[in-house]
Write a protein that binds this ligand. Structure first.
Ligand SMILES: N#Cc1ccccc1Cn1ccc2ccc(-c3cc(N)[nH]n3)cc21
Length: 228
């Protein structure tokens, strides 16, 4: 998978070159290109924003800068993703679908966002998804991109050491993951549940399912399947 990220703060994206994502890049599973939007500015001040039509707070990012940038960095067969608080919710299903993409380009806005005509113009040529990572407002799109890239790339074969890891994720079966434990068996007077310290794998699987259902019922009843 090739990933392109456009930002006015490309160094904000450097965490994606560390740890597991960095290893996926080193192993050639993922290629990461970051672009500085200001390289497409055309004035001495390298302006990327301007006042909003119709008034309102803050500034809006210029179509005359974003347009030429996306023309250069986003080929017709790529998926263009624009993080925004006004987007469609990003979910595990989104990550699963994106993990099969060959090329994803992320457009990181700042200020009050990107002139809508940039998205409308790009949609004439490429698939565009305006996506939200939650019902809160960030300062820009970079943190959302890092979160979405982590969730997506970890699903690509070969990225996680233990292939089955992501099959037992929270959300992979639609429920929240239950509690996890490791040694010591007793810590500060708290014991690891007996069933996990035994060897009956069928009982352990049943216990884990029950824990997932209980936790989902308590924390995210909206995720429960109809019969539960
Ligand atoms: N847009 C916008 C906007 C609108 C009002 C106030 C502040 C901003 C900041 N902002 C600029 C770019 C940008 C990108 C993504 C998010 C974002 C995504 C999620 N899920 N929350 N926030 C925010 C972003």
């Amino acid at each position: 998978m090739r990933i392109g990220v456009v930002s006015i703060f490309p160094s904000y994206l450097e965490p994606m070159r560390m740890a597991l994502l960095g290893k996926a890049i080193d192993r050639g599973i993922v290629a990461l290109d970051t672009y500085d939007l200001r390289d497409w500015t055309h004035d001495v001040h390298r302006a990327v924003d301007d006042s909003p039509y119709g008034g309102g707070p803050g500034m809006v990012m210029k179509p005359t800068v974003w347009g030429p940038c996306l023309d250069d960095v986003c080929p017709d067969d790529a998926l263009l993703v624009v993080p925004t608080p006004a987007g469609v919710p990003f979910t595990q299903a989104t990550a699963q679908a994106w993990s099969r993409e060959k090329h994803i380009v992320f457009a990181c806005g700042r200020y009050e966002g990107i002139d809508q005509r940039v998205i409308d113009d790009a949609a004439k040529r490429v698939r565009v998804q305006e996506v939200s990572i939650g019902d809160f407002v960030l300062i820009g799109g970079e943190v959302a991109v890092i979160a979405m890239v982590e969730a997506t790339v970890r699903l690509i074969d070969g990225v996680l050491g233990n292939a089955s890891s992501h099959q037992q994720d929270s959300f992979s079966d639609g429920l929240l993951e239950g509690p996890s434990y490791t040694r010591p068996p007793v810590w500060r007077g708290l014991e690891v549940p007996e069933v996990l310290r035994g060897g009956d794998h069928a009982k352990q699987q049943q216990w884990r399912r029950e824990q997932s259902l209980a936790r989902t019922r308590e924390r995210r009843p909206d995720l429960l399947p109809p019969e539960q």
